[in-house]
Design a protein around this ligand. Structure first.
Ligand SMILES: [Zn+2]
Length: 221
């Protein structure tokens, strides 16, 4: 009888833990938080709680994306603490140069990855959900730069343009576009990110490929 109770209690705590772990905390802080106070580097946090210096254009929280469907409940940007730390440092450099980061995508639940792969089953552009994308691990961001007036710099193609013109290796572009891509890439490289050859907008935090793929949800507060 006692053993049964222990088992029941254990099941209950497992259930509680798993419920908790499938939901991201989207409560917004009333004041900006300091990321250096976060000791758990792997924790998922909302970038909006740590800086006001980013511009957000979260494409999957709208129907202006290749899925033609709003697949995020709202435009939050969740990432692991270590990713946020590096991204804040990169943005600091861009700000010093009169630019800032505009964000298109951050953490992406695995279920959305599946949906994307069904539509574009080409690993050059969309990671196979079986393996999981770095977005599903909280270590990838899709970004561009805007100037001090908030105008996007010319990167040669739109975000999620699935063609060779979006590749870092594609050189048949104007000097200005090549310089813009180079500027973005250089600063991101200096801040522990790695580019992805076929997409100028996509950056992975180094080492995040071994982090766990997550299928988390968030509420809109
Ligand atoms: Zn991406």
């Amino acid at each position: 009888m006692k053993f049964k109770k222990i088992i029941l209690l254990w099941c209950f705590s497992v259930l509680l833990f798993s419920c908790k772990s499938t939901q991201l905390d989207s409560t917004k802080s009333t004041v900006l938080l300091d990321i250096s106070n976060e000791v758990d580097e792997n924790k998922f946090v909302n970038l909006k709680n740590y800086s006001n210096d980013f511009v957000y254009d979260m494409k999957y929280a709208t129907d202006d994306n290749f899925l033609k469907e709003k697949v995020y409940p709202c435009d939050e940007c969740f990432l692991r603490v270590k990713t946020v730390k590096s991204l804040l440092e990169a943005n600091k450099t861009f700000l010093e140069n009169g630019y800032r980061i505009k964000i298109f995508d951050c953490y992406r639940p695995k279920a959305i990855q599946k949906k994307m792969f069904q539509l574009v089953p080409n690993a050059t552009y969309v990671a196979n959900p079986k393996k999981g994308s770095i977005h599903n691990r909280g270590g990838a961001v899709d970004i561009t730069l805007v100037d001090s007036l908030g105008i996007e710099v010319d990167m040669g193609t739109k975000f999620d343009f699935f063609g060779e013109e979006a590749s870092h290796n594609y050189q048949n572009l104007t000097e200005e576009i090549l310089a813009n891509r180079k500027f973005l890439k250089e600063v991101m490289l200096q801040n522990n990110f790695k580019p992805f050859d076929s997409e100028w907008w996509h950056y992975n935090l180094n080492g995040s490929n071994t982090d766990k793929v997550e299928n988390l949800k968030w509420n809109c507060n």
